[in-house]
Design a protein around this ligand. Structure first.
Ligand code: PM9
Length: 462
């Protein structure tokens, strides 16, 4: 007799839609004109010319009715707003950090932290660079060193935790420079530039042990910490029955502080914070924030923004929310895989990353394959994506281009914004561009700004 197999049941979003924003449809001719005017840079398009916007998951979240109601509770006092205390309580409750300073967004926190902890010539190891994080480290006089495992640089490698840190690389750095030159290790959850790849709890715990022995701090880039927790629950032994909330709190417990862009996981459109356990660092930061952001009880935010953030943090660690969030990303990724599109695997947390080197093997990296592929996808369907390759990587201190192993186009999925039908339309567009890939020509950069060039650089067709 055959054993009865339980029928797999479908999942659906744990919310219903109360308000809609109408989208504008454009013709191919209009889109061609728009992308030429934008210098083949999807950051320079007007959002009203975009049909489905996968540029970023940053600040593009749909807030819940509770968060919108929270906006009405904004206490817009200059100092000591009650929303600040609500946010402070949420950071303590869900993340466990002792002190918190709000900032206008993630890079505000990165600026303050880097200025306080980094001295000229210091070395800052991290699990792959992130654009704004590395820039602030460099502006403060530090040198970023990549200590992610080698597997992370290979888009086809199926390692379940490609965000892990190679402890041998960290040990070698300590040996070479001495621990005094390493003020902290920056640990990202999940690793954006690797394709939204998670770090395991086991790896983080081992890193804690190593850094403790050498008196080195761990600073978490906790921008997508709840998405990282989802993968730990799915893939790491011993965590399958723990809640996302418990895994998030445990993750934070192995670190000394964190920078947060709340525009991602925390489900708001603007906001961030710096969290820290060390009282001296907190006192310095709460003084410095006055110079760059605003008083330490608002840090560049309105009271209503802090209220929405406090509520969003609670919603972000719900298991139902995270199952649907990552479920949608997986749905799109599986569709693209079935169609033979080369993507980074395993599929990551906040988007699908197309491997432009394998998609357009006839283009050299300095012909900007990912940049041109993002432009072609926009022309095909009005779907806006972004480059995460040589343009994003920028130049080193000698002015030479970095040539990252990964040359990717990111299809970033905003949280709670699009439906499964949107995912189908996106997949069909990518498939169409893939069928015509041989006709795609490269680009030449004609304008390059000094900082974070991917935001504002301009190109023309070769
Ligand atoms: N990330 C993103 O689209 C927005 C800027 S780049 C297009 O992925 C990490 C891991 C991030 C991040 C922003 C920041 C900076 C820090 N760490 O944008 O300043 O992904 O709030 O955060 C973007 P802010």
């Amino acid at each position: 007799m055959k054993a009865k197999v339980a029928k797999k049941r479908s999942w659906a979003e744990p919310y219903k839609i109360k308000m809609v924003e109408l989208l504008k449809m454009t013709t191919k001719e209009q889109r061609k004109k728009a992308i030429v005017e934008a210098g083949y840079n999807t950051f320079l398009l007007k959002s009203e010319d975009v049909y489905i916007d996968l540029l970023t998951d940053s600040g593009t979240n749909a807030m819940s009715d509770q968060q919108w109601a929270g906006l009405m509770l904004g206490d817009e006092a200059y100092a000591g707003s009650k929303n600040f205390y609500h946010l402070d309580d949420a950071v303590k409750k869900y993340y466990g950090y002792k002190y918190m300073i709000p900032t206008h967004q993630g890079r505000g926190a990165e600026n303050i932290l880097s200025k306080i902890l980094i001295k000229q010539g210091d070395v800052i190891p991290g699990n792959m660079y992130f654009t704004t994080t590395r820039l602030h480290q460099e502006l403060a006089g530090g040198n970023f060193v990549d200590v992610i495992i080698d597997e992370a640089h290979d888009s086809t490698n199926l390692h379940p935790f490609k965000g892990n840190i190679d402890l041998k690389k960290v040990e070698a750095l300590i040996k070479k420079h001495g621990s005094k030159k390493i003020p902290y290790i920056c640990v990202a959850t999940t690793v954006n530039m690797a394709g939204g790849q998670p770090i395991s709890m086991e790896n983080l715990k081992a890193l804690r042990k190593l850094t403790k022995a050498h008196g080195i701090k761990i600073i978490l880039d906790m921008t997508r910490v709840a998405e990282n927790a989802y993968f730990i629950k799915e893939r790491e032994k011993g965590y399958e029955n723990k809640s996302i909330a418990a895994i998030v709190k445990e993750t934070c417990s192995y670190t000394d502080g964190a920078t947060m862009s709340a525009k991602k996981d925390a489900l708001v459109n603007i906001g961030g914070f710096l969290a820290i356990n060390d009282k001296d660092v907190y006192e310095e930061a709460s003084n410095m924030v006055v110079v760059y952001e605003g008083l330490h009880t608002y840090g560049g935010l309105a009271g209503r923004d802090m209220e929405a953030m406090a509520i969003g943090i609670g919603e972000s660690v719900s298991d139902e929310h995270m199952n649907a969030r990552i479920g949608q990303v997986l749905y799109l990724g599986e569709k693209l895989k079935e169609a033979g599109i080369p993507i980074v695997e395993p599929i990551g947390g906040h988007g699908i990353f197309i491997d432009a080197k394998r998609f357009l093997p006839h283009l050299k990296q300095d012909q900007f394959p990912a940049q041109v592929l993002a432009a072609e996808i926009f022309i095909d369907s009005g779907v806006r994506t972004m480059e995460r390759g040589i343009v994003s990587a920028g130049r080193n201190s000698k002015g030479e281009n970095y040539y990252p192993e990964l040359e990717l186009v990111r299809l970033t999925i905003p949280r709670r914004v699009y439906t499964q039908a949107h995912m189908d339309v996106i997949a069909e567009s990518i498939e169409n561009v893939y069928e015509n890939r041989n006709k795609i020509k490269g680009l030449k950069m004609v304008y390059e700004p000094k900082y974070l060039r991917f935001f504002q650089a301009k190109f023309r067709k070769l």
